[in-house]
Design a protein around this ligand. Structure first.
Ligand code: ASP
Length: 342
């Protein structure tokens, strides 16, 4: 699909183009801040400066050997369906929080993505799902290590609205039932494709498919913003590992004074960089425009040995799509304009 991205040269532009899987491997192996191999960020502005706007992503990373045209077409179709569901809420005058949850629901049910059904598998072959929902007023709910919630974002939303806490580790089935969260047998989430990815990861080290985490950020007609992120983590992760996605201020963040942001990529780097809050602080305290702040934050993620992408909706201003990995699945919709990329 056509893509009109603007490429920016960072301080560490490679002299010889390299496949990012090799960059990733070098970074994971401990390349330093001065490494000439740091990936460079690509970003673009999308949508209007005010009024309803919805951005979604379906993961970022390397394309990997299993990225067929048919699968990319399926991802594009699912992204469209998620935009349909989320933007319908905004179009009807609904809240940004409802819009991001509607979009996430569609993608959690779609097995192409690494969230809900089709979540990445741990080294033991199980699913372990994380999610976070945050609104611009600073209210937030998050969950980590879910094994039965059909829609992990609903569990995060329940934490936000039905408890006085922010983050739950592995809430049990009774808590989920009390919160009205629909459940499935753990086998529902496990797909043949993810089993193959786990086998690849265990046989081939870094040569595996990393992308598929999902996220949505929205601004409603009233100017309220919200961010939602849902993931199965990283293929072959150790049991108990938690990434950036459920951590407010890392993989998911919203602040009415600045932006709503959802990230995807190497979670450890997003956590080390405190990526979401860093992006917000760059705008609020350093006066950077959101697009520059997004690129600078990705540069810092690279310095922390990671790559990936972020989608950003400011309380006022155009949206931003930015990534420093080989690819990112994304889409956006606003009045009179829509696009998906897979
Ligand atoms: N950031 C997620 C994690 O580290 C993975 C991803 O975005 O693909 O859990």
């Amino acid at each position: 699909m056509a893509q009109t991205t603007e490429t920016r040269i960072t301080e560490a532009q490679p002299t010889t183009p390299q496949p990012l899987s090799a960059q990733s491997a070098a970074l994971q192996a401990g390349a330093t801040h001065a490494s000439p191999r740091l990936p460079q960020a690509t970003s673009e502005l999308v949508g209007p400066e005010d009024g309803p706007l919805l951005l979604i992503h379906g993961g970022a990373g390397d394309r990997g050997p299993n990225s067929t045209a048919a699968r990319r077409e399926q991802v594009a179709t699912d992204l469209e369906r998620a935009l349909d569901a989320g933007y319908a809420v905004l179009d009807a005058g609904g809240a940004a929080e409802d819009a991001v949850c509607a979009a996430i629901h569609i993608m959690e049910d779609a097995p192409e993505f690494n969230a809900g059904r089709g979540a990445a598998l741990t080294s033991d072959g199980n699913v372990q799902m994380d999610a976070c929902l945050m609104t611009g007023d600073g209210e937030v709910g998050a969950v980590a290590g879910l094994t039965t919630a059909r829609h992990p974002i609903d569990a995060a939303r329940a934490v936000k609205h039905r408890t006085r806490h922010v983050l739950f580790a592995a809430p049990n089935d009774k808590e989920l039932t009390d919160w009205g969260v629909a459940m499935e047998d753990p086998s529902y989430f496990v797909t043949e494709q993810r089993k193959a990815s786990l086998a690849d990861a265990q046989a081939n080290g870094d040569a595996w498919e990393k992308h598929g985490t999902i996220g949505a950020v929205a601004r409603d007609a009233g100017g309220n913003i919200a961010a939602a992120t849902s993931t199965g983590g990283i293929t072959n992760q150790m049991t108990g590992r938690v990434g950036d996605s459920p951590l407010p201020g890392c993989g998911n963040y919203a602040n009415a004074d600045t932006i709503a942001v959802s990230g995807t990529g190497i979670g450890e780097a997003f956590v080390r960089a405190v990526a979401g809050r860093q992006l917000s602080d760059r705008i609020e305290y350093a006066g950077q425009p959101p697009k520059d702040a997004a690129e600078s934050t990705l540069d810092d993620i690279a310095r922390h040995r990671g790559d990936g992408g972020i989608i950003v909706v400011p309380a006022r201003g155009q949206g931003v799509i930015a990534f420093n990995s080989e690819m990112m699945n994304f889409g956006y919709r606003c009045a009179g304009s829509t696009r998906v990329n897979s």
